[in-house]
Ligand binder design. Structure first.
Ligand SMILES: [Zn+2]
Length: 467
């Protein structure tokens, strides 16, 4: 990139900085050195001497700088730090828009963003974050208690607490190996398709209790499995901000899968245990509506229903038992086929995608950690922190969703082949069987049956395979 021909220095001083010895003269001196170091010609100097940029008072030099950028009378700017430019995000936007419209690519800082390339999109994004953080610094006072907690969080130290967390000793750092093993087992089974309810029942049958000595309930088990601390992550206000000082009990990848599984079950609105194996998978061959489970004359059925809650045609009914047997047979055959082996081999590419997404997630977490540090150091207040982290958190959530999509073959891990698979299937619990079918199958369309037919006609079921 060529050097600018008409560069500028922008400096600003306000009352609070004067007392810290960061006078305008020092800013100017540093900026001049920076410009010289970059090999720029001697810059013109724009200096505002207001007492507080935050008061929103008009700053003539800033306005003149914008005008000169627009007019092409200035094609590069050196500043001491982003918060010298402005403390108001609105003004920062104005500056960035002006520089962008004028095609100005040379924007340099002495400190703060010295290494950031502002010609790049990410550099501009970083500047916006810094600007948001610099905004309203005065409101950062009176946050000492929260700051102390945050500093603990940053160092990865546990909060003060009245009861140890399940899986950990009283210091909340050392593992209890027996409980850690339970957490690992529960997380793996949950991701593989078992419900929290059935896991709680199993823990109860084995005589395993919570830290309080109470039987497990779905909410307490969910709380343990989704807690970032079991993955060795430190959270603050529900947000992961970095690695903890303790060792993880489950891997980061498994932790993400647990969260993704919780999320996907919430999306599918499954609140009660699934009563029928194929619920949600069946479609009416006449109207395309979803078939619902029902019991008629003591025979379990799936049927198309009309009415506002269902919206089907009421024209399709199928007896559940024989259909479930047929689909299970299909699925076992499918699980044992070379076609599926090929599809699962596609996991290689999925694994690559997973690793790329994992990196994106790590980056987002780094940014969150950085923002939390700024808050902890009192550089930004709570409102700024929340404003700056919101887009980053949204990005992290999107990445987590994508991760969930590429890791949904987890229900199939650990399955055998041939006769062993059939034996194994019979021993799997209902949740796991249902999860496997949902992994393999997108939909099953049920065609109409002959009136008064005594036996289920297998040709009525058309399976659309996912894998
Ligand atoms: Zn229908």
């Amino acid at each position: 990139m060529p050097t600018p021909t008409r560069p500028a220095i922008y400096a600003r001083i306000s009352r609070d900085q004067a007392g810290e010895g960061l006078g305008v003269l020092r800013q100017l001196e540093d900026c001049r050195k920076q410009a010289a170091g970059l090999g720029w010609p001697t810059p013109e100097e724009y200096v505002d001497n207001d007492f507080s940029a935050y008061s929103g008072k008009r700053r003539p030099a800033f306005q003149r700088l914008l005008d000169d950028l627009t007019a092409g009378a200035c094609d590069g700017v050196v500043m001491w730090a982003p918060d010298r430019l402005t403390r108001q995000p609105r003004e920062l936007e104005l500056f960035l828009d002006t520089a962008e419209a004028a095609g100005v690519q040379h924007i340099k800082f002495v400190t703060g963003l010295a290494g950031v390339d502002l010609a790049s999109r990410s550099g501009i994004a970083m500047l916006r974050i810094m600007g948001a953080m610099a905004a309203d610094e005065s409101a950062a006072k009176g946050e000492r208690v929260k700051r102390k907690m945050l500093q603990n969080a940053e160092r990865g130290l546990p909060h003060g607490r009245s009861r140890r967390p399940f899986g950990f000793d009283d210091d909340a750092i050392a593992h209890r190996p027996d409980e850690a093993a339970i957490i690992r087992e529960m997380a793996e089974r949950f991701v593989a398709g078992e419900s929290l309810r059935s896991l709680c029942t199993d823990l109860d049958n084995r005589g395993i209790r919570t830290v309080k000595g109470a039987p497990w309930q779905t909410h307490s088990l969910r709380q343990v499995l989704t807690n970032p601390r079991v993955a060795g992550l430190r959270a603050y206000k529900g947000e992961v901000i970095g690695q903890a000082v303790w060792e993880p009990i489950i891997s980061d990848a498994l932790h993400r899968k647990v969260l993704a599984t919780i999320e996907s079950r919430r999306v599918s609105g499954r609140r009660t245990p699934r009563a029928y194996l194929l619920t949600g998978l069946l479609r009416c061959g006449k109207c395309g509506g979803t078939l619902f489970s029902a019991r008629r004359e003591d025979v379990r059925r799936y049927e198309c229903r009309s009415g506002p809650d269902h919206g089907g045609c009421n024209g399709c009914t199928v007896v559940a038992g024989p259909l479930e047997e047929l689909i299970t047979d299909y699925a076992l055959f499918r699980l044992d086929s070379p076609a599926l082996a090929d599809a699962l081999a596609g996991r290689d590419s999925a694994d690559k995608e997973t690793s790329a997404l994992g990196q994106q997630l790590a980056q987002a977490r780094e940014t969150l950690e950085y923002l939390a540090e700024q808050f902890g150091a009192g550089e930004i207040d709570r409102r700024e922190w929340e404003a700056a982290r919101r887009p980053v958190r949204t990005r992290a959530e999107n990445v987590e969703r994508q991760l969930a999509a590429v890791t949904r073959t987890d229900a199939l891990t650990g399955l055998g082949t041939g006769d062993a698979l059939r034996v194994q299937w019979a021993q799997l619990n209902f949740d796991r069987q249902a999860a496997i079918l949902r992994t393999l199958i997108t939909t099953i369309t049920i065609g109409s049956g002959a009136r008064g037919a005594q036996r289920f006609n297998p040709d009525r079921a058309q399976v659309t395979w996912r894998l």
